[in-house]
Design a binder for this molecule. Structure first.
Ligand code: SF4
Length: 427
């Protein structure tokens, strides 16, 4: 089967010395994840314990406000709470009790920590335990932090899923667990391909609701669909589950290698694998080659933001003909990232963490054809004549697996083509 893949580079990035930076960083906070998580977990409610800033962030990140009663809210810490004059624990109990009395549809409630709750050291874990005992068995209360202090926006999903792993029941069943909140249509494609190979039962984390939950145990094998799920990965290891390490399913190559890693684990033959994947692989290749014409031979620079940077650099260099100048990632977790680093050819600077001014200087010196960065950096860089792509779009857009491979290339090629057109018009 391996001869179906493009050969790996003679030397990948796994052994490249990593430039570690610990300075000022410019990223969104983990509250952002609530926007996609609340859609996946139909019986969940996210109660952010935070400030008016947190409430505004959620509201603007959610875009058009929801007309039905939403499944997230902010319990605002007032000045008396922050000054320690009010008992915030009593207030949390009151807000949660009122909420659960009004909303019997809620089966799991997440108390989500923020910068203010972290600064005043509000113990949400104890609050969650106390409230869980009070409202069990109809409601489960968990807590996690979405604070922006030293974290990046995709860590909110990781923290949420990691909080769920310890409370799932134990099982000895041999099951495949797909880990990561994907858009429903994308998740269905992945499950459909695996089931067509005869693989099952297949579970997904997060499950759509508590009714469809399952157990975890030593015979659970799991594949991550998102590279930022490192705490969840460690929580699953602690439950005895086994990780199937693979490149992430971005682009034709990443998807094929990810599927093939699972297929091998379940004893699927190369013939069966080819029968299921040949047609979508061909479609993905064609779509990528069309969408990536404008990218061929161009350079790309990644600022650390979404934690998708290394797998996306692998996709852009190996399938779209780009050259990576620098690939910055907020954190590099070797057990999760090595399969992609082995495929990303040696050459680019691999950076972990951020010292934004130094990184901006390197970017200005390199003058890449495309810079992938957060919203805060994109406008100033555009004003300096650099072409940018907002990293956050890569998380909000369906980009995984074969049928989205062309769209993924298109997300990067659109700003490059737009800049080319502007240059032509100006000439
Ligand atoms: Fe701002 Fe922190 Fe609230 Fe996020 S959690 S909105 S960074 S105050």
């Amino acid at each position: 089967m391996t001869d179906r893949f493009a050969p790996p580079p003679s030397k990948g990035c796994s052994a490249t010395p990593v430039l570690k930076e610990r300075g000022q960083h410019e990223v969104f906070c983990g509250l952002t994840g609530i926007i996609w998580l609340h859609r996946k977990m139909q019986d969940a409610f996210f109660l952010v314990v935070g400030s008016r800033t947190c409430a505004h962030l959620l509201q603007s990140a959610a875009g058009v406000m929801i007309f039905a009663e939403p499944r997230f809210a902010t319990a605002i810490l007032e000045e008396t709470d922050l000054a320690g004059l009010a008992d915030a624990q009593v207030e949390i109990d009151r807000v949660v009790t009122e909420l659960l009395e009004r909303r019997p549809d809620i089966k799991q409630l997440f108390l989500v920590g923020s910068c203010p709750s972290e600064v005043i050291k509000l113990d949400l874990a104890t609050a969650a335990e106390r409230l869980s005992a009070q409202f069990a068995p109809s409601v489960r209360v968990l807590s996690y932090s979405g604070s922006g202090i030293e974290t990046t926006f995709t860590q909110g999903e990781d923290a949420c899923l990691a909080a769920m792993v310890p409370v799932l029941p134990k099982t000895d069943a041999r099951e495949l667990l797909l880990v990561g909140a994907l858009p429903d249509v994308v998740e269905e494609q992945a499950v459909g391909l695996l089931e067509a190979m005869g693989i099952g039962p297949i579970r997904v984390l997060p499950a759509p609701g508590r009714d469809s939950e399952y157990g975890i145990g030593p015979n659970t094998v799991y594949a991550l669909t998102q590279p930022f799920l490192t705490d969840t990965h460690e929580a699953l290891q602690r439950r005895g589950a086994r990780h199937l390490a693979a490149p992430f399913p971005f682009g034709e190559e990443g998807t094929t290698q990810w599927l093939w890693t699972i297929a091998r684990e379940f004893g699927v033959s190369a013939e069966k694998f080819a029968e299921v994947t040949d047609a979508p692989r061909a479609r993905a290749r064609k779509a990528v080659s069309q969408a990536s014409e404008a990218l061929n031979g161009r350079s790309v620079f990644f600022f650390p933001d979404s934690q998708l940077e290394i797998p996306l650099a692998r996709f852009l260099t190996r399938e779209c003909g780009m050259q990576a100048v620098e690939v910055g990632a907020p954190f590099i977790h070797r057990a999760v990232m090595s399969p992609d680093m082995d495929l990303l050819a040696e050459g680019p600077v691999i950076a972990e963490g951020q010292d934004v001014d130094k990184q901006l200087d390197r970017c200005r010196t390199a003058r890449p054809d495309l810079t992938v960065c957060g919203l805060g950096l994109a406008n100033p860089l555009e004003a300096e004549g650099l072409t940018t792509k907002w990293a956050i779009e890569l998380v909000f857009t369906p980009v995984h697996f074969y049928e989205q491979a062309g769209d993924l290339a298109g997300l990067f090629s659109r700003p490059v083509r737009r800049r080319d057109l502007l240059k032509l018009e100006a000439a």
